[in-house]
Design a protein around this ligand. Structure first.
Ligand code: DX5
Ligand code: ZN
Length: 259
């Protein structure tokens, strides 16, 4: 093996810039925004619990069921205990999907891989306030790469941590469970946060989108929408249902009736 050297393989080597065929789907995101503005809250199914052996089929089934966007949970086994998937899977979903993709980054030092997820085809990149050394800089970096920049906040973090950056983000994702696992019970602390953020948004005449993630079900979809949530991330209540279309429609109906 004399003379053999391993090439230094960084993320850029996994998806070389010249294969940048998956530019963010600007039109699809505009469509999602138009749907929220005309029809009210929408459900973004989270793929976390789907059948990854048939990923493209799952994406197709969710789109056929009426999903107007998808939520992808990237976990690194450090920021949260679980390890899920990274940019290769995001890229595969991008190829299979027509709707916009939100990449929810539950990773340490997300700044290091923003460009890779933008290149992989994220339309929205959501980063946790708890994991950012320089939140404003990270948000600006995401926006300069093309995707919308959303800030996520965990249940135990007070919204005061977000407030200085609300003018710089395109959306806020209020976590209603501890990040890291699907199928957890809804934590009502999210309702207070959503209500406060709704109030702050109107006081400041700001326009960030409000999302909620975790424990969204037929029982909680109405209350979160009444508190201001527009993007309802739903994992188990959609993926573990017998009928994706019915599950999405029920959540959206309840949310829209309460909004
Ligand atoms: C949790 C993830 C969620 C998860 C939601 O860390 O951020 O997106 O998939 O799953 P449910 O809807 O089952 O709580
Ligand atoms: Zn998530």
């Amino acid at each position: 093996m004399a003379g053999f050297r391993y090439a230094k393989l960084g993320p850029a080597a996994i998806i070389p810039p010249q294969t940048l065929v998956n530019a963010p789907a600007g039109n699809a995101l505009d469509q999602l925004t138009a749907t929220v503005e005309s029809r009210g809250p929408v459900v973004l199914p989270a793929l976390l619990l789907c059948d990854f052996g048939h990923l493209a089929r799952e994406v197709e089934r969710l789109e056929e069921a009426g999903a107007v966007g998808l939520h992808l949970d990237v976990m690194d086994g450090r920021f949260v205990p679980q390890l899920t998937y990274g940019m290769v899977v995001v890229e595969a979903v991008r190829k299979a999907a027509r709707v916009p993709i939100e990449v929810h980054m539950m990773v340490e030092q997300p700044e290091r891989s923003l460009a890779d997820y933008a290149r992989a085809g994220a339309d929205i990149i959501t980063v946790h306030i708890e994991g950012l050394a320089e939140p404003r800089r990270a948000l600006e970096t995401i926006q300069s790469l093309g995707p919308k920049a959303h800030l996520a906040i965990s249940p135990e973090t007070p919204i005061e941590r977000l407030e200085p950056y609300l003018d710089a983000c395109d959306g806020v994702l209020v976590m209603s469970v501890e990040p890291g696992y699907g199928g957890q019970a809804f934590n009502p602390v999210a309702l207070e946060k959503l209500s406060s953020l709704t109030m702050i948004r109107s006081q400041r005449n700001a326009s960030f989108r409000l999302g909620v993630d975790g424990g969204i079900s037929a029982e909680t979809a109405g209350p979160v929408a009444a508190a201001g949530a527009e993007l309802l991330v739903a994992g188990s209540s959609v993926i573990r249902s017998a009928n994706y279309a019915q599950a999405i429609a029920e959540l959206e109906d309840r949310a829209r009736a309460a909004a």
